[in-house]
Write a new protein. Structure first.
Length: 286
């Protein structure tokens, strides 16, 4: 079975490939440029395609001989809906057996543009003739690792309110489910949509408390005012679409959070999902 993983050089793609390697699969992959080759050189891969998934010609080429696609789009991708529809259309013509789409928790949230674009791709899948599974993970616990320096200084500051209630998930749990779905020979996951949530909703104060417990030092939750975040985004030279989309997401998080239930993930894993404390023990205490 020839599995193709797009977005393979990102943290999600690499973890999916690691899990596939563990169960005996060597997928084909798509990466955007040769500069990303170093990101995947420790993984077992059958073939590498380098190019732009937004190019119809490139996609025509890449899908030849593929059985299943694990479709990961670039983060905050302004063309996700258009490109997603093209990939689904091309996959149907190429007799691809199945697409597993890496979506997001609550894609129907129009107030967050990147969620809404994923909803449009889901709609295209449901409206196609191809078999599919849709995975909808919530925010990764791994995102906390990007704030290690700040956390080590005793501060946990996010660009949304510290009372925002957000469910988290360990990417390793997500990839374990993804590998099960990709290797599914009996069709149990066909036409299914799974919310992948590892924790009950947690306020950022509760996340800071967990960090305090694991690190044995006080960590204070705070929020970064939007105008300060805007200045930081300007320094980082974030593209306009990315900046606007992130602002919309932070505003939504401050008002509504991102809440989900671990029930589905528990059933898919056959065990309790990784808790935040277990994740922090694994990643911070090494």
């Amino acid at each position: 079975m020839n599995i193709l993983v797009t977005g393979a050089a990102g943290k999600t793609g690499k973890e999916i490939i690691r899990q596939l390697n563990i169960i005996g699969y060597s997928p084909s992959i798509v990466i955007h440029s040769s500069s990303s080759l170093s990101e995947v050189n420790q993984l077992t891969i059958s073939s590498i395609h380098i190019g732009d998934i937004g190019s119809p010609e490139f996609i025509d080429d890449v899908l030849s001989g593929v059985d299943i696609i694990y479709l990961i789009m670039p983060n905050m991708y302004s063309s996700e809906d258009t490109v997603g529809r093209n990939i689904i259309s091309t996959a149907s013509k190429c007799n691809i057996k199945k697409i597993v789409y890496h979506s997001v928790l609550h894609p129907q949230t129009e107030a967050m543009p990147h969620h809404w674009k994923k909803c449009r791709v889901e709609e295209a899948l449901v409206s196609s003739s191809i078999r599919y599974t849709i995975l909808q993970p919530t925010a990764y616990m791994q995102n906390l690792l990007g704030y290690k320096n700040q956390i080590n200084s005793g501060l946990f500051a996010m660009p949304y309110h510290e009372t925002s209630m957000i469910s988290l998930v360990d990417l390793m749990d997500v990839s374990e489910v993804a590998a099960k779905v990709l290797s599914d020979q009996d069709g149990w996951s066909d036409y299914a949509t799974y919310e992948l949530v590892g924790s009950n909703p947690l306020s950022q104060i509760e996340v800071a408390q967990a960090l305090s417990r694991i690190l044995c030092k006080p960590i204070t939750a705070s929020h970064i005012p939007h105008e300060i975040w805007e200045q930081q985004a300007a320094v980082q030279k974030l593209p306009d679409y990315t900046r606007a989309t992130l602002k919309s997401m932070f505003s939504f998080y401050s008002q509504f959070g991102l809440k989900g239930s671990p029930d589905t993930l528990t059933k898919l894993l056959g065990r309790a999902p990784t808790s935040l404390d277990d994740f922090l023990n694994r990643e911070y205490i090494k």
